[in-house]
Ligand binder design. Structure first.
Ligand SMILES: Cc1ncc(COP(=O)(O)O)c(C=O)c1O
Length: 379
């Protein structure tokens, strides 16, 4: 059987066994509707509130500021809708390399003439130009700023604290899509000047279909989904109890020994860079890969070759799962908006390898061997 190596952890991660263990008793035994007032319901309600408190404690914020959602996309949409429709902000600033959950949502508001949308300039290495951000904040009425903490395709990291302070200076409302960084770095929401952040459990070894939105309690927004009074009237619909227990456990696991995990994964990324440089002619990397960069993501720019068309396919056949763009387009390598946004040579095939704490050096070596079969190797 072909060896299977999973290097697409920015798309999704395998569940941690401890998370499965935490969810199983709930799946098996705790079926009460959390809105029911009898003991069955009270038990699942308690599980939700314990999970909320646990998450709030880890992020140094109040439980009342955490709202469970179906994942990152819903949380991003809720924040954006809240800033525009509830708070009434008419000018939004974002970048061309945001996830579509943010980019497409804002473009839609612009199309409907509900906002003026500005795109901040990016530096050649893909980082947000903070001077340009300040200019946009200065020149416009009160703005809504939506900039992701780490880019899911190239890994570039935003200076969250600095951007938050800049937004505060101009009274802007700041949303950061932290889907790729939640559980990968400790976050102190008392310290960060951010109004909304978002999370999806499946990016940090939790279950799919659950996430949360943090909303600064100073802001009052309306729900995205109307219905029952769940989530303190902020998100109608019977709660995903197992998922909520899972996300809480997953975050707990992710934020334990984070430094060790980071060192291990960063070591694999550095090793892969060195090996590719040493062995593949004319290889390069997208983004600020050796600087301010998410340690789990490496976007490799391969030389054009007759095999490059079928690159992802060939790696897949060899058992290596990786991606040519963001998760949403994984499997199809059709022009990434992120690579276009940073002015990359899109004719050269790009492959995103993304790692997790479970990735091993042997797996990297196997993936490298498969790559070497496809590209001219240094003499
Ligand atoms: C940066 C970023 N934001 C949002 C999302 C969407 O998250 P979900 O698929 O949980 O809705 C993703 C998933 O790929 C992501 O990488």
């Amino acid at each position: 059987m072909t060896k299977q190596v999973y290097l697409d952890n920015a798309a999704t991660t395998p569940m941690a066994p401890e998370v499965v263990e935490a969810m199983l008793p709930v799946l098996r035994n705790q079926f009460g509707n959390p809105s029911s007032t009898h003991s069955f319901g009270r038990k699942t309600r308690a599980l939700i509130e314990v999970s909320r408190r646990n998450i709030a404690r880890m992020l140094n914020t109040a439980p009342g500021e955490i709202f469970f959602t179906s994942g990152g996309t819903e949380a991003d949409n809720m924040a954006i809708k809240g800033a525009i429709e509830s708070i009434g902000i008419k000018h939004a600033i974002t970048s061309t390399i945001e996830h579509h959950a943010v980019g497409h949502t804002l473009e839609n508001y612009e199309k409907d003439n509900k906002i003026k949308l500005s795109h901040v300039k990016l530096k050649p290495n893909g980082h947000v130009d903070l001077q340009d951000l300040e200019r946009l904040l200065q020149e416009n009425e009160r703005s809504f700023v939506s900039l992701m903490h780490a880019n899911n395709e190239i890994g570039n990291l935003l200076k969250l604290k600095e951007v938050g302070e800049l937004c505060e200076k101009y009274d802007a409302v700041f949303h950061s899509d932290t889907v790729q960084t939640m559980g990968h770095y400790p976050m102190d929401l008392e310290e960060l000047k951010v109004h909304f952040i978002t999370a999806a459990a499946h990016k940090f070894h939790g279950p799919k279909g659950v996430g949360f939105l943090y909303i600064d309690s100073k802001l009052k927004i309306d729900p995205l989904i109307y219905g029952g009074s769940q989530e303190r009237n902020m998100r109608g619909g019977t709660e995903n109890v197992y998922g909520i227990v899972g996300i809480s456990k997953a975050l707990e696991m992710a934020l334990t020994d984070t430094d060790e995990h980071q060192e291990h994964v960063q070591g694999l990324k550095t090793y892969m860079i060195e090996q590719l440089r040493a062995n593949v002619q004319d290889v390069s990397f997208h983004g600020d890969y050796e600087g301010q960069s998410l340690y789990t993501v490496l976007n490799v720019c391969f030389p054009e070759s007759d095999k490059s068309e079928m690159l992802l396919f060939n790696l897949d056949i060899a058992g290596v799962g990786c991606s040519g763009g963001s998760a949403c387009t994984s499997g199809s390598n059709k022009g990434s908006h992120v690579l276009n946004g940073i002015g990359a040579d899109v004719l050269r095939p790009a492959v995103r390898f993304s790692f997790s704490r479970y990735t091993t050096k042997d797996e990297i070596d196997y993936a490298l061997d498969q790559v070497y079969k496809l590209f001219p190797v240094h003499a």
